[in-house]
Design a protein around this ligand. Structure first.
Ligand code: ADP
Ligand code: MG
Ligand code: MG
Length: 199
């Protein structure tokens, strides 16, 4: 069973990898965006960590809803409301249970990813974070490690795609040949989950 401490570790591992990879995320957002994805997420996850330290939420659901709220209120870019919705809706789906099973997490995360698709209107293949998140959720029934690989493969698979949502879509065919920054950060989020499970 997964408790609030597991979810705190998930957010901590993600914040650390976002810090580590911020320059790379911003560099990916340079040819097909406005070169701010790394700094956007760094600001967001710094706020998430500060809020978690201050409030110490007692349930998995409360950890994720608090984190989601922080992302929505501190990240200016498109990714803030989208990641914020992902975590808030996933947290809401977990309810107020003190511990949740891996199956419950997989189901809740599916609800969260669906909410991101509804909010942003993106489907798989549109060259967004969805291209990493959907395969990750599909693989989560197997293991955290399988979800991590699926997300990484999904992010790499955005390279030949033409963007149909977000800023990159303004480039039309010129968006082809570049890895999507949001799919790349989504793979970091899922890798954080696998890291939390390994500890
Ligand atoms: P902005 O484009 O506002 O500067 P970011 O650079 O932080 O925001 O985030 C860009 C990422 O957000 C993209 O790489 C893409 O993965 C994701 N994104 C943008 N629009 C959408 C959308 N409608 N649905 C899903 N993901 C999206
Ligand atoms: Mg950007
Ligand atoms: Mg921006």
């Amino acid at each position: 069973m997964l408790d609030a401490e597991f979810f705190r570790r998930w957010m901590t591992a993600t914040a650390a990898s976002v810090d580590r990879e911020a320059e790379r995320l911003t560099a990916l957002d340079s040819p097909i965006g406005d070169a701010d994805h790394g700094s956007n997420l760094q600001r967001g996850f710094t706020a998430v960590m500060a809020a978690l330290e201050k409030d110490a939420p007692a349930t998995p659901g409360a950890v994720l809803t608090l984190a989601g709220r922080q992302l929505i209120s501190t990240v200016g870019g498109a990714s803030g409301p989208l990641y914020g919705t992902l975590l808030r809706r996933t947290g809401k789906a977990l309810g107020d249970a003190v511990e949740v099973s891996e199956e419950q997490l997989a189901e809740a995360l599916r609800t969260g990813v669906d909410a991101v698709m509804t909010l942003g209107g993106a489907a798989p293949g549109d060259k967004t974070m969805i291209d990493a998140l959907v395969p990750a959720v599909d693989a989560l029934g197997d293991s955290f490690a399988a979800a991590r690989s699926a997300a990484e493969q999904g992010a790499e698979a955005t390279i030949p795609l033409q963007a149909r949502k977000g800023r990159a879509s303004y480039l039309g065919e010129r968006s082809i040949g570049h890895q999507d920054p949001g799919a790349t950060s989504a793979a970091l989020l899922i890798a954080g989950l696998a890291e939390a499970a390994d500890e």
